[in-house]
Design a protein around this ligand. Structure first.
Ligand SMILES: NC(=O)C1=CN([C@@H]2O[C@H](COP(=O)(O)OP(=O)(O)OC[C@H]3O[C@@H](n4cnc5c(N)ncnc54)[C@H](O)[C@@H]3O)[C@@H](O)[C@H]2O)[C@@H](O)CC1
Ligand SMILES: Nc1ncnc2c1ncn2[C@@H]1O[C@H](COP(=O)(O)OP(=O)(O)O)[C@@H](O)[C@H]1O
Ligand SMILES: [K+]
Length: 484
């Protein structure tokens, strides 16, 4: 699990470490890690051209010291000082000693011929969008030939939320120090950060326990254990699906199929798409009756493609009245937004899986702070909120949050959300805590998209077909398997 630390959490840990280390030591660690990544990206230093965009704070100091290291190895380094009188003095001296040159914001910045551009305008001390001089340079860097590399945080991106309030540096790589900040992996900031490289400067043990996390395959593998010798179809968790309609069985077929393929045990379906589900999935136990007629289950998924009329409302209410974990998706979200008390009154876990428009039905637009918005709705409803997007966010009522690290834009295809809710229902039926389980489902869904899209454009049915391969990929190699 990768902890995501806010600027305040990083600063608090830095203060302790700064007091315990000699002056400048932390910045040297940061700059060494930064220069190492730059060298890797450049392939060599000698003869390359590097432009540093240098603000008035320590972020500019990092850029200057890294630039000095590259200059010492033969790179031609130009530092553009946005505020020459306030540029980090020791960093500036180091760069000059190593043969680097400096210029003001209106001088020859070399951006039109740079091999690499380092954005040291602002880091975690930045507020709002970039000021005009900085914005102009960030803009020129974006259209120039150099690899754009952000120091710690792309300037103009809010490190905590990923909000971009105006002009911002568009990086392809971000070299971040001490801990990954949430704003690098969520919202607009994610697109501005590109690939994130974490440099260890020794903060680890001093950081407060993170309240937001990213899962790795290894974290999710625990949700996808193969059956053991004593398992039977019931012991693996039985999922109930209430979805689709006689006219539109597609959502029910996708959701049921995804539930079956994630942790094959037993899936029960109840609803008016019974004929379609039976035809597609003879493995499912199907009734055209009500949820109560389906037989025992350990978790429900309700909503995809079921409509929002009185009949649908009564099905959603029936499922929510159980003491079982429930996933509310699609039409069930519209209904729950009309009657949030149906969710608030529950003792058993509820997971809501809105995209932005569905989220808005609960009364507030998502806005630029996706983690914050998901946390607020989760706290309000006493439920887990899985807010879908290019980086899906999961939040629990206590503020614990996850940002998904897998996926591909190919997942933006009709029915993809139905597959996610089927995966989630299947994992929840095992009885694991709902927020981590929802994050695991988003992770597997994203991996499935990556596996499926590797062969070309995809439809949602491809996700269901490729789920077993994605599960195997997340589980990782079996120990002792030589691959023969
Ligand atoms: N504290 C430490 O010991 C360490 C700090 N490090 C670096 O220091 C950074 C934080 O440094 P600072 O606290 O000095 O702050 P920053 O360097 O992030 O930003 C402060 C400067 O940016 C200007 N600024 C703020 N918003 C702006 C905007 N929208 N447009 C243009 N300029 C703006 C401010 O006027 C100020 O001069 C980290 O991000 C990291 O890069 C690293 O060297 C690791 C060690
Ligand atoms: N640009 C994107 N990049 C990555 N994943 C995406 C992107 N757009 C959508 N997704 C994912 O695809 C799924 C779409 O779900 P949803 O909008 O409910 O579709 P549908 O209602 O058609 O089933 C979500 O899991 C979402 O996170
Ligand atoms: K920066």
């Amino acid at each position: 699990m990768i902890g995501l630390s806010t600027a305040a959490e990083v600063r608090a840990a830095e203060e302790v470490l700064l007091a315990a280390t000699r002056e400048g030591a932390l910045m040297h660690r940061a700059a060494t890690g930064l220069a190492t990544v730059c060298l890797r990206l450049l392939g060599r230093a000698h003869g390359t051209r590097v432009t540093l965009l240098v603000g008035a704070g320590n972020n500019g100091g990092d850029a200057l010291f890294a630039g000095a290291r590259l200059a010492a190895r033969g790179a031609r380094v130009t530092a553009v000082l946005l505020d020459p009188a306030r540029a980090h003095p020791a960093g500036l001296a180091a760069l000059r000693r190593a043969g680097g040159r400096t210029t003001g914001p209106d001088g020859d910045d070399g951006l039109d011929r740079a091999d690499l551009v380092l954005d040291g305008i602002v880091g975690i001390g930045g507020r709002g969008g970039l000021r005009p001089d900085a914005a102009r340079l960030a803009d020129r860097a974006a259209t120039g030939p150099g690899i754009p590399v952000a120091v710690d945080v792309p300037s103009g991106v809010d490190a905590d939320t990923g909000a971009v309030g105006g002009a911002a540096f568009a990086a392809v790589h971000t070299v971040t120090f001490g801990a990954v900040k949430p704003g690098l992996v969520v919202g607009e900031g994610r697109g501005h950060a590109g690939e994130v490289h974490l440099v260890d400067i020794g903060l680890g043990p001093l950081l407060a326990p993170a309240r937001a996390h990213q899962l790795t395959d290894a974290d999710v593998a625990g949700h996808l254990e193969p059956p053991g010798a004593t398992d039977d179809k019931y012991s693996r968790g039985v999922v109930g699906v209430v979805a689709g309609s006689a006219v539109y069985p597609g959502a029910a077929v996708l959701c049921t199929g995804a539930a079956l393929r994630t942790r094959p045990g037993l899936v029960r379906y109840a609803g008016t798409a019974a004929d379609g589900v039976r035809a597609a999935w003879p493995e499912a136990i199907v009734t055209d009756g009500r949820p109560g007629d389906a037989g025992r289950v350990q978790a429900w998924v309700v909503g995809p493609g079921m409509g929002t009329d009185d009949a649908a409302r009564s099905l959603v209410a029936e499922v929510l009245a159980t003491d079982l974990p429930v996933v509310l998706d699609a039409d069930a979200l519209t209904l729950a937004a009309r009657e949030p008390e149906l969710v608030r009154g529950r003792a058993a876990p509820t997971v809501l899986t809105p995209h932005d428009r569905e989220f808005e039905r609960f009364g507030v637009a998502v806005g630029a702070d996706r983690i914050g918005s998901a946390r607020r709705l989760a706290a309000d409803l006493g439920a887990v909120v899985l807010l879908k997007g290019d980086a899906t966010v999961v939040a629990a009522p206590d503020g614990t949050a996850f940002v998904n690290a897998t996926g591909t834009a190919d997942l933006a295809t009709a029915g993809s959300g139905d597959v996610l809710s089927g995966i989630l229902g299947s994992l929840l039926a095992a009885g694991t805590p709902p927020a981590g389980t929802a994050a695991a489902a988003a992770h597997l869904h994203g991996r499935t998209g990556q596996v499926a899209a590797a062969r070309g454009p995809i439809v949602a049915g491809d996700l269901v077909r490729r789920l077993p391969e994605a599960v195997a990929r997340v589980r990782g190699p079996v120990l002792g398997d030589s691959g023969a």
